[in-house]
Write a protein that binds this ligand. Structure first.
Ligand code: DC
Length: 227
């Protein structure tokens, strides 16, 4: 038995709303949350900090297995992400780090190095796992598998708003292009490509609010008898 506790696997492309939906579902259920994309982003940041080569896959695997990462609950119930003692909650969210993470994520040794760390998040009473291969590779026995998607244009719009709120100047067309490039790489890589898991419920959120998506996932959890 791979899973220690019930897992809701939420996969999909970037900008589909997985992060917010996963966080809200986890809060509503009182379950743990795994933001697996953050692990790939943290690794990308560490590689850049240490000036490491991305050619040496075996060293990357060791780094992935042992990287000093903490997800710390802060007082206002927000999560602070700490890499080797430094708070990097914001630093890992840039487009640049996202791109480097996507490149690292195509290296089999990197995925292998992060596998057991991800599975360790499956603790009672349950886990909401957000990523690209949660339902296909990391938690194949998850009782609930969701594939959340939205059009590239809608995802770029959402990302534009987020970046503008953070004061980052970005261009919509460039964002659409960047999202399509990243989708292409994530969907076509040889290992753990971004595809819906067998039996996954596919939700297209292009015309749905976050709350509507949360309700659908919650209803699935009730239907599956998990709460
Ligand atoms: O979800 P995100 O944008 O934070 O993820 C950053 C990159 O990491 C994304 O381009 C693909 C990769 N990733 C992955 O390959 N597998 C996961 N489970 C999560 C993220």
């Amino acid at each position: 038995m791979i899973n220690q506790a019930p897992v809701i696997a939420i996969d999909g492309p970037s900008g589909a709303g997985k992060g917010t939906v996963s966080q809200l579902v986890a809060e509503k259920l009182g379950w743990h949350l795994l933001d697996s994309g953050a692990l790939y982003r943290l690794l990308a940041l560490a590689v850049s900090h240490h000036g490491m080569s991305v050619e040496d896959a075996d060293t990357l695997k060791v780094l992935a297995e042992h990287l000093d990462i903490q997800f710390k609950q802060s007082e206002d119930s927000k999560v602070e992400i700490v890499l080797e003692g430094e708070i990097v909650t914001q630093a890992i969210r840039t487009e640049e780090v996202g791109h480097s993470a996507s490149k690292l994520a195509a290296i089999p040794e990197v995925r292998e190095g992060l596998l057991l760390r991800q599975r360790a998040f499956a603790q009672a009473p349950g886990l909401v796992a957000d990523g690209r291969d949660m339902g296909t590779v990391v938690f194949p026995n998850a009782p609930i598998k969701i594939f959340l998607t939205a059009s590239a244009e809608e995802r770029a719009q959402r990302r534009l708003l987020q970046l503008q709120q953070k004061g980052e100047a970005v261009n919509l067309e460039e964002l659409v292009q960047s999202i399509k490039e990243r989708d292409e790489r994530d969907a076509n890589r040889a290992i753990a490509p971004l595809v819906p898991a067998a039996g996954a419920l596919v939700i297209d959120s292009t015309n749905l609010s976050i709350e509507e998506v949360v309700e659908i996932v919650f209803a699935e959890t009730v239907k599956a008898g998990l709460i």
